[in-house]
Design a protein around this ligand. Structure first.
Ligand SMILES: Nc1ncnc2c1ncn2[C@@H]1O[C@H](COP(=O)(O)OP(=O)(O)O)[C@@H](O)[C@H]1O
Ligand SMILES: [Mg+2]
Length: 332
């Protein structure tokens, strides 16, 4: 299906503040602008607490914005929610979306009836969706007897039962095994590319965003800090990032902060190999050399270091100075 140039989901200066009893109000969305084209998989990517779920809930009419506006297929989410609901569906990886004591198939059937879908069509759709999601063999199992992965496949099937034009998926592959996550991603791609559905995918999984999104908005503390195709985002970095394997695991990486040619860094510990990986976003060769030197001077053993092409996480690092993990730690 060729990509049409129609805007399907649009938001302007979208805001959401939550009032809390004893603390200051929480600004979950601090003015978001979005334009999503028909048939696109649009990723809303950011660390935990960034505002992804709030965005999805507002766009899918589950929550009202406290400022700005958003439209889905031309309908305003705040003033025409019932019209929006006719063309959308949503699913979340965090919900447990089914009735335990009926089969997977009866669960899907139940939801198809809520949409008033005629029996023969419902039956056909359930079979087709199940086939595409590898769920067919498990349809007759009671929902509670399904593994997490198959329950999630059923949850995803449910989100497509009404043939929605626009589907909102909030962390649909969170906590799943690799094979299930891959099947669900393949399914999302097929639904967008073959059926022309628009998918808004909230995720904190950077490789997921890179692998299936046509367009990504990187969100941090309620603001979009970058957006574009995964390739254009990665290209925007210019110089390839530096990766170092070091021992022992560092307590701090403050020595990198003072280097001019270093824009930011993140690290992870490889328990099995007993070392730490440090990813550094640099401006140029000199920044990379100084970063390696600074680690050595601070007493770390730099086992290996190399430059490689950028990932989306490093786009975040270049803008925020740190990675998702460090951002989440400072949110506490
Ligand atoms: N109902 C609520 N009441 C108060 N604060 C909330 C509520 N929902 C979300 N928040 C806060 O809004 C921010 C964004 O949350 P959320 O949209 O769930 O982020 P994400 O999905 O990216 O992890 C967080 O700081 C979160 O604690
Ligand atoms: Mg969330």
């Amino acid at each position: 299906m060729s990509k049409s140039s129609e805007i399907t989901v649009e938001a302007h200066d979208l805001r959401r503040t939550f009032q809390t009893k004893n603390q200051n109000p929480v600004v979950a969305l601090d003015g978001i602008d979005l334009q999503v084209m028909e048939g696109e998989i649009f990723g809303v990517l950011g660390p935990n607490g960034a505002g992804k779920t709030t965005t999805i809930r507002i766009l899918s009419t589950l929550l009202l914005p406290t400022g700005g506006w958003a439209r889905v297929k031309g309908f305003d989410v705040a003033t025409e929610p019932e019209k929006v609901r006719r063309v959308i569906n949503m699913a979340s990886g965090a919900e447990k979306a089914g009735y335990d004591f009926i089969t997977a198939k009866k669960n899907l059937w139940f939801f198809s009836q809520l949409y008033g879908i005629p029996s023969d069509i419902a039956e056909k759709r359930i079979n087709e969706l199940s086939e595409m999601l590898g769920l067919t063999k498990y349809l007759d199992r009671k929902f509670y007897a399904l593994s997490t992965g198959y329950r999630q496949r059923a949850t995803i099937a449910r989100a497509f039962i009404n043939e929605p034009k626009v589907i909102f998926l909030d962390e649909p592959t969170i906590g799943l095994d690799v094979m299930t996550a891959l099947s669900i991603r393949e399914f999302m791609r097929a639904q967008a590319k073959e059926k022309g559905r628009t998918i808004i995918l909230a995720t904190h999984n950077m490789s997921e965003a890179e692998s299936i999104c046509d367009e990504v908005a990187i969100i941090d503390r309620g603001k979009i800090i970058a957006n574009g195709t995964p390739d254009s985002l990665k290209r925007s970095l210019g110089a390839p990032p530096l990766v170092m394997e070091i021992q022992p695991a560092p307590k701090t990486l403050d020595m990198l902060s003072s280097i001019d040619g270093v824009r930011g860094f993140t690290s992870s510990v490889d328990e099995e190999r007993g070392l730490a990986m440090v990813q550094v976003v640099v401006n140029d060769e000199s920044g990379a050399e100084q970063a390696v030197e600074a680690m050595r001077k601070s007493g770390y053993n730099v086992l290996t270091s190399w430059r490689r092409s950028a990932t989306i996480e490093e786009v975040f690092v270049s803008l925020v100075g740190k990675g998702f993990k460090e951002r989440e730690e400072t949110e506490e």
